[in-house]
Design a protein around this ligand. Structure first.
Ligand code: 4IP
Ligand code: ADP
Length: 698
């Protein structure tokens, strides 16, 4: 689509024709943008690091908990309490172990008994010979579960080693492999030393686990399994977090299976060709559908990521009914369907106004609601700056007025909105009813804003940092509008100029437009859009209350409205807006010129300046003079008002207090910014004081 927009920054030559000013402004912008970006990135980086750190800690905690709950002790030892079965000297030793300690289900264990037979001399050792050690495991009910008996013997020690320690440690493996029956687990065991000669000082029972499966892996490859375990938990949590994030930012709830199907149906036209190519003749419709759905899911997923990135960077609904919009794929927005608007958009697609209207792609149904598909005017812009201006001298249709007379419906919500802005606005009767008709509210809105007088009003502005300002409800005066335009464009001449020529082009297109001639444009807006790297453009949006005018009425759009004439005053608003942009251009040029002048003052000599002035072309000189005049007269009138402010003149001391004059609440409320550091303002102050308050000696 031909955007018809004006490229910004026309070679860096602006009002003054000197490239230094714009270059400095550009540099200032770039530095500011880069700083903002850097801050944003640092903040995002810090947040990301925090999230990653938290994720890592959670991962470690989860893995640790899993490891310590899933992995039993590899070796367990328990003291053996024994007693002598006199006179046979059989020494059965009893020990009690809880089933859990005894073993983990499913793993083999290997109980072994270590004895410390305290054979004080070699004679005992040589006489004891081979002896048996028997273990009998019993269940909770005292029933024998299993038993095992193993033979062992003490090593021989020479009688010559009289002074040496005669103790021996004997290790006996009682079970080479023991598998627990989970229905009758062993809870204890009796161990018998079947010998009359062995003397025992103490005994210890060791249970060694033989791990299998995951436990084997976890135990034998500790580092590898830890790395793998941590990585998989981390991945799983990240995916979970990612989907939660996606769901959070554009409510995936709406994108359920039914929507997918609807989407499939909506796009049937586009997909038929695709389907024909992808599927063979023989495949039945059901399988085609399911395969298409699968493909669509993946496409939807990729789209979701794309929208997420796009949405974060730009899209915003500045005005209008909240919840009316949804983002869609391929640089589109979906706006809640309105028959009136759809018909207008359809007609506008073949009208000379087409380059000023977002592309209309028909309608679509999502989650049971119908939407019109519109080109996303913010698509592709980086940190866009946007302004919504509602056009026309009235925002209500004549039918609304008729309705308020014939069958008035009171609106509490509108009464509340009214009271919020101005508690004195409703009449006594309206206060009593706690309601106003829609016409009354809309008319009040038009009268309290610049709509009735200037033919347009600013609804909202979003700056490049995402901050949104919507409190223009009481903006009435031309000075306020110009101030808003300057702040919206940050006094950038190239942007203001681009807007100016776009407005002029729109004016031309409106003159040619059959649609415009035959339609009453109520509540329609101009959306101003620019960013610092791309283009500045203006778009016509919102045709929800744009209706064909009766054939008997020939609309002119530039005359005031009177009941029955159907005039909307669209061109009044457009002309006013164009002239305010023009004024803003002049002021921005002056500011730029002054800034440039101040810089020059501080760096170069007056002679150099004169020389520089002489080399300027006639036209530039004339423009600068005009600029100085307008700035001077502006400064003069503003400071005159400021200095006449009695509270600043001290008659006794014969002095004028100009301290904090820039932030003086009286002046600020009148939209006067007396910047005394500016040469023109200071000159004006001196002149005004000389002329008007001669008693003040500076
Ligand atoms: O801007 P505020 O003061 O909030 O008032 C709004 C706007 O005038 C809306 O017009 P637009 O859509 O042109 O922005 C209008 O919608 P209509 O289009 O229905 O007239 C709303 O009426 P309700 O929707 O009835 O509340 C009204 O409450
Ligand atoms: N095509 C579009 N592209 C981008 N943003 C849009 C588009 N249409 C509308 N908007 C945004 O939505 C806001 C409200 O649009 P509008 O059509 O006036 O809605 P409503 O009919 O609810 O008043 C606009 O101020 C603008 O921020």
């Amino acid at each position: 689509m031909d955007t018809g927009s004006e490229p910004m920054g026309t070679g860096g030559h602006h009002g003054s024709g000197d490239p230094v000013g714009p270059a400095l402004l550009w540099l200032q912008d770039t530095v500011m943008t880069v700083t903002l970006q850097a801050c944003k990135m640092v903040l995002q980086g810090a947040l990301l690091l925090c999230a990653l750190g938290l994720l890592l800690l959670t991962t470690i905690f989860l893995y640790g908990s899993f490891y310590y709950s899933y992995m039993p002790l590899a070796t367990y030892s328990s003291p053996v309490h024994y007693y002598c079965n006199f006179p046979s000297l059989l020494l059965p030793h009893c020990l009690r172990l809880s089933p859990e300690e005894w073993q983990e289900p499913g793993d083999d264990i290997q109980p072994a008994l270590s004895d410390l037979p305290g054979s004080g001399d070699a004679r005992v050792a040589s006489q004891s010979g081979m002896f048996m050690v028997k273990i009998s495991c019993y269940s909770r009910q005292g029933q024998p579960v299993t038993y095992s008996a193993r033979s062992t013997m003490l090593r021989y020690r020479s009688g010559l080693l009289q002074t040496a320690d005669q103790r021996q440690l004997v290790e006996v493996e009682l079970f080479s492999q023991y598998r627990e029956d989970s229905y009758a687990p062993s809870i204890g065991a009796i161990i018998e030393i079947q010998s009359q000669r062995v003397q025992i000082y103490s005994a210890q029972l060791y249970i060694h686990a033989h791990f299998t499966g995951i436990r084997y892996f976890l135990y034998n490859f500790l580092t590898l399994s830890a790395v793998m375990g941590l990585a998989s938990i981390f991945f799983f949590l990240s995916v979970l977090l990612f989907f939660s994030y996606l769901r959070l930012i554009w409510g995936l709830a709406g994108m359920d299976e039914s929507e997918d199907t609807e989407h499939l149906q909506d796009d049937q036209d586009d997909t038929t060709a695709e389907s024909d190519e992808v599927f063979s003749e023989g495949e039945d419709t059901a399988s085609k559908r399911s395969t298409m759905r699968r493909c669509r899911s993946w496409r939807t997923f990729l789209m979701m990521i794309q929208w997420s990135v796009r949405r974060q960077s730009s899209w915003v609904q500045l005005a209008g009914h909240q919840g009316n919009f949804q983002l869609s794929e391929g640089g589109e927005v979906l706006k809640r369907f309105s028959e009136v608007e759809a018909v207008c958009l359809q007609a506008l697609m073949v009208d000379p106004l087409r380059p000023f209207v977002p592309q209309y792609h028909g309608s679509v149904t999502r989650g049971g609601n119908s939407y019109i598909r519109l080109e996303d005017l913010l698509s592709g812009l980086k940190n866009p700056v946007i302004m919504d201006c509602k056009m026309g001298v009235r925002t209500y249709q004549e039918e609304e007025l008729t309705k308020s007379h014939t069958k008035p419906t009171l609106r509490t919500d509108m009464y509340q909105k009214m009271v919020k802005v101005d508690p004195t606005a409703p009449t006594v009767e309206e206060h009593e009813q706690r309601g106003v008709t829609k016409w009354r509210y809309l008319q009040w809105r038009d009268n309290t804003s610049s709509t009735s007088t200037l033919g347009f009003r600013i609804e909202g502005i979003m700056m490049e940092n995402g901050s949104v300002k919507r409190d223009f409800k009481k903006m009435l005066t031309p000075a306020q509008v110009t101030e808003a335009l300057l702040s919206f464009t940050k006094s950038h001449l190239h942007i203001l100029k681009a807007y100016h020529s776009r407005l002029q082009a729109l004016d031309e297109a409106l003159k040619e437009s059959p649609f415009f001639k035959s339609h009453e444009m109520i509540g329609s807006s101009l959306l101003f859009v620019h960013d610092w790297t791309s283009k500045a453009s203006i778009w016509m949006i919102d045709f929800g209350k744009t209706i064909p005018s009766p054939s008997s009425v020939q609309l002119r759009h530039n005359v005031p409205w009177a009941e029955g004439n159907r005039e909307d005053g669209y061109l009044i608003g457009l002309a006013a807006l164009t002239s305010f942009v023009d004024q803003a251009i002049s002021q921005a040029a002056c500011i730029q010129e002054e800034n440039h002048g101040e810089e020059t003052d501080s760096v170069t000599h007056t002679l150099q300046e004169q020389e520089h002035t002489q080399t300027k072309s006639q036209g530039e000189v004339a423009q600068n003079e005009g600029c100085l005049h307008s700035a001077e007269s502006l400064a003069k009138s503003q400071t005159l008002r400021a200095t006449r402010n009695a509270k600043r003149f001290d008659g006794f001391q014969r002095a004028l207090d100009l301290k904090n004059i820039y932030t003086d609440p009286d002046l600020v409320s009148q939209n006067i910014r007396a910047i005394l550091s500016r040469k023109t303002f200071m000159d004006a102050v001196v002149k005004i004081i000389e002329e008007n308050i001669p008693e003040v000696i500076l």
